[in-house]
Structure formats: structure tokens, C-alpha cells
Design a protein around this ligand. Sequence first.
Ligand code: FAD
Length: 306
Amino acid sequence: MEKKQMIYNKLLNLVKEENVKVDEPLKDHLYTKLGGNADFFITPTSYEEIQNVVKLSNEDEIPFTLLGNGSNLIIKDGGIRGIVINLKHLNAIHADEEMVTAQSGARIIDASRFALEKHLAGLEFACGIPGTVGGALYMNAGAYGGEIKDVLDHAYVVDKEGRLVKRMASELDLDYRTSNIPDRGDIVVEACFRLTPGTREEIKEMMDDLTFKRESKQPLEYPSCGSVFKRPPGYFAGKLIQDSNLQGTNIGGAEVSTKHAGFIVNKDNASTTDYISLIEHVQKTVKEKFGVDLEREVRIIGEDKE
Ligand SMILES: Cc1cc2nc3c(=O)[nH]c(=O)nc-3n(C[C@H](O)[C@H](O)[C@H](O)COP(=O)(O)OP(=O)(O)OC[C@H]3O[C@@H](n4cnc5c(N)ncnc54)[C@H](O)[C@@H]3O)c2cc1C
């Protein structure tokens, strides 16, 4: 039997048929609207299903990749070999006194709104970050002075052996837009945030203020992957790009945003190659002009197109 058919049959034993797709176009799942296909795209409905898929991946040496909301990823035009796991069905959120627990497929925006309705403060900073809870932990997402590290108490992960394990926040090495989740090969399945009681009015006012700032500064009218670069120590990436006169520069359909220099937007049917070439052009120009290395915040994964 052909290997692909064999893997498909094995996946059907572990995950419901309607939740296993073959040759799925990933551009439909990414904020940039770019990228090739996944050999297999699965959307498990329980932690046990995830554990079984990890065990299958180990036994049969099939690579797997987690995909959250696709808001911090560029996937190359050749797509992703093996299994892409998306946890959109695992999106429950609940509160127990001052703790808010969210499954990792929930949007962090929804966790932030849920906390508001429970009059719990601490997740306001996340009210406009368009990722999932899992993606937010992976990146230690943050905005306007707040970050996941400030509020995370613990998480549950499926580790690389397929075991369900509790990890305290201090074990995740959360730092500026980074964690040890990729090094460990963990899949985040649940996060528990420790918040503080507040008033609905104050929490709402802060969220409205941050939303106003975000909408007035960011080019949300175009597909993008948010800020492309991390903040280099002592500088602001956007300011360096602006001062290098790069705003409006384009390669193919990808353009350095004229509204926010830290964003690269997919203005007109860009390919991933356009996007990556423009990122490299920005890095080279800023290095030449200011001697500063811009490190990417956005992750680039997948295969080149043959
Ligand atoms: C318009 C816009 C504005 C943005 N603003 C901000 C901002 O203010 N602050 C900020 O920090 N970011 C911002 N971002 C970037 C992005 O939203 C965050 O990095 C977010 O945390 C990514 O989550 P995601 O679910 O989209 O992850 P994805 O992009 O799908 O994946 C990112 C990485 O996380 C991994 N991953 C995803 N889920 C899991 C899981 N369950 N377990 C293990 N690994 C996982 C993926 O494999 C991948 O390597 C912005 C993006 C856009 C498009």
C-alpha cells in the first residue's frame, strides 16, 4: 500500500474521519493568506487523540507541526510534510475564582473577553492579539507592557513521548517572544491564568484604549503576520525601518506597510518567496545603515516549492 494511504488509514483509527484532511491548503489557515499544502491536516477533539497521534508520529517517524491561528507564521510555498495539528475544536474556557483556564485552541482574545465578563484583570493586554492560547504561550505573546509570563500559572502539555504533563509557568522559560516549548517539543493543550479581581468598567476601559491604539497604528485592513521583527535591544524595529526609508518598498505583492513600518503586508497576491525576499531586504538594509541585526519574530517553516 502507498505510504500516504497507510498513514491516512492509521490516522482514521485515531481521529474522527471528518477531522482528517489530506493535501489541505494552508493559506486558508494563515493570516498572510500564503503557503503550500499540508500532507495531512487534523483537528483532534480530545487530549487523548493528540497523545495517540504523537505516539503514531514517534512509532512511524512521521513529523508533525502545530498550527494555531496562523498569525505568526509564514509557510513556504512547498507546504508541510507530515501531519499538521490544529486544536480549533479544543477551545473551552472556564473560571474558578481568580483562575481562568483555557484550552489551547481558544483564541487569546476570547480568554481576555471571558476574563472581562468575570471581572478579572490581567489579560487586557491580549485583547487584540489574534492568536490562540497555545500560540500565545509558545511566543510568550505580549503587548502594551503586558505579556503571558505575567499571568500564566501553569499549563498542561502533551510531551514528545505522548504523555499529558503539567508544567508550571516557571518551567517554560518565558521571555521576550520566546519559550522552551519548541525545544522540548511540547504541545500545549491547556493554560491556566492567575488573574486579579477588578471592576468591569476599569477592565473594559483599558481594553477599549488598547484596541483604539492598535486600530489606529496597525494596517489591519491587509493580510499580514503582525510585527515581523523582535525589538532589538536599545532600538525599535519599526523606527529603524522607517529611518531606512523602507516603508512602501515592495517585492512582488509584499510591501513594507506605510502605516506601521514593523509590518509587512500581503498587498497584492504575494508569494511566500516575495515575503521572505522582502524580509531579507529589510534586514540587509537596516544592517548596512545602522549596524543593527533585526531578528525575526515571525516563524518561517515548510518546504520550498520544487
Ligand atoms: C495583526 C496582527 C497583530 C499582532 N499583534 C501581536 C501583539 O500585539 N503581540 C504579540 O505578541 N503578537 C502579535 N501578533 C503575532 C501573533 O498573533 C502571536 O505571536 C500569537 O501568539 C501567535 O498565535 P497563533 O495561534 O496564531 O500561532 P501560530 O502562528 O499558528 O503559530 C506560532 C508558533 O506557535 C506554535 N504553536 C501554536 N499552537 C501551539 C500549541 N498548542 N502547542 C505548541 N506549539 C504551538 C506553532 O507551531 C508555531 O511555531 C500579531 C499578529 C497579527 C497578524
